[in-house]
Design a protein around this ligand. Structure first.
Ligand code: HGY
Ligand code: MN
Ligand code: MN
Ligand code: MN
Length: 408
């Protein structure tokens, strides 16, 4: 008999947690380590305590909710995701995976079931990387790939540091927690793309997550008065950016399965009657094929130098983050497919174009992910939505995968 989660309770929990940073346009703005993130973290603590979980917070603010199994010496099973959101994010990105983990704990409690293995549900700090760059800070630190002091020193646009903000919201743990070796890790997440909806498939099973390359670019021109300065006597940093932005898009478009995007642009002084003297902008390049992705990176870097010269400006190119792709565990991928099938759900192999905390956890723990459709393929936007029915279906698959591995 396939156990199922409680769909009404899952919907209620997701609705209530979405109020933390909720916007009047139906989205969520819960940037990492803000008051909204703190309040949501506090609520998660209350709910997981009701589910009977022990709670540990490590020195980078990762929250581990532990439901003890019968055999404490066995390597545990992990699931979880992130509570922080984009500035104008959606109600499901990240938090769905944590709340589904909570619902599984409630479901096991209600059924009087204790797994053989510990079950650990995690809230990973600063997955989005929007306020503090890079992203997946908590999971990257846990995996030993990001240096804690460097992460503590990261600053947001107002000059506040990650370490100070962690302290301020009361989530800077005193010691780390390392349950490794772990038996398996599953991350349940919305697809954030159009494939499942277009194909009419209920469950997505990524074979892995693409590699990512993030840049900060500084373009230096000469600020001047827009009126008296002749067009052929300008060193306009915004014009240089315009040339660069178009080329970056074109190089991504021409490449084979690589995406290249500019997300942030900050001109200085950003005044309508001043020729911009400086532009800071960001580039995000990703692809499953690392050679092709790095070829595009080289093309982009070469273009930035060429186009800066064309516009009479200087350019500084800083690669601020790169993480290799994460190929998931074949046997856990098969387990997710078979669990979906046992529940009467169709499933599809795919690649995750979005990054997730599992990109780091996968480094030393066999991992797999479970996707459910995003309506209209939209995410990282307030319109982000997944039907309650699909939220429950994905949670049921996670429950099945956790029970199978938790009792194996
Ligand atoms: O950027 C990403 O792919 C993730 O959603 N933060
Ligand atoms: Mn996410
Ligand atoms: Mn996201
Ligand atoms: Mn004037």
């Amino acid at each position: 008999m396939n156990m199922r989660t409680n769909r009404d309770r899952l919907q209620k929990l997701l609705t209530e947690i979405a109020a933390f940073g909720g916007t009047d346009r139906g989205g969520v703005s819960r940037l990492a380590l803000t008051d909204e993130d703190r309040d949501a973290r506090d609520q998660l603590k209350r709910w997981f305590a009701e589910a009977g979980a022990e709670i540990k917070v490590d020195t980078i603010g990762n929250m581990f909710f532990i439901l003890r199994g019968k055999q404490l010496h066995l390597p545990p099973v992990m699931t979880g995701s992130h509570c922080d959101s984009q500035p104008e994010g959606g109600r499901f990105d990240g938090i769905l995976g944590i709340i589904a983990g909570l619902e599984i704990m409630y479901t096991l409690r209600d059924a009087g079931i204790q797994l053989e293995r510990d079950l650990i549900v995690v809230n990973w700090t600063n997955e989005e990387g929007s306020r503090f760059t890079p992203g997946t800070t908590g999971s990257g630190y846990f995996a030993g790939k990001l240096d804690r002091d460097k992460m503590y020193a990261l600053t947001d646009r107002n000059g506040l540091t990650l370490g100070d903000e962690l302290e301020r919201i009361g989530y800077k743990g005193q010691e780390d927690f390392d349950p490794r070796p772990m038996y398996a890790n599953f991350e349940y997440h919305i697809e954030q793309g159009p494939v499942l909806e277009q194909r009419g498939i209920r469950i997505g099973v990524p074979k892995g997550i693409v590699c990512l390359r993030w840049y900060d670019i500084e373009v230096q021109g000469v600020p001047n008065h827009v009126g008296p300065t002749p067009m052929n006597a300008r060193q306009d940093a915004l014009y240089a950016f315009a040339l660069m932005g178009k080329r970056i898009y074109e190089l991504g478009l021409a490449a084979d399965n690589v995406v290249a995007s500019v997300g942030e642009v900050h001109p200085t002084p950003n005044s309508r009657n001043v020729i911009a003297g400086h532009v800071h902008f960001t580039i995000d390049i990703r692809g499953w094929n690392e050679q092709e992705t790095d070829r595009v990176c080289q093309e982009v870097e070469r273009s930035l130098i060429e186009l800066a010269k064309e516009a009479g400006c200087e350019v500084a190119i800083n690669k601020v983050w790169e993480v290799d792709r994460a190929p998931f565990d074949e046997s856990l991928i098969a387990l997710v497919h078979s669990t979906a099938r046992d529940l009467g759900l169709t499933s599809l192999d795919m690649v995750s174009g979005a990054s997730h905390d599992t990109i780091y956890i996968n480094k030393d723990t066999p991992s797999a992910m479970i996707f459910v459709p995003s309506i209209g393929g939209r995410s990282h936007a307030e319109v982000e939505c997944t039907s309650w029915e699909d939220c429950a279906a994905g949670a049921d698959v996670l429950l099945g995968a956790v029970i199978k591995t938790g009792n194996s």
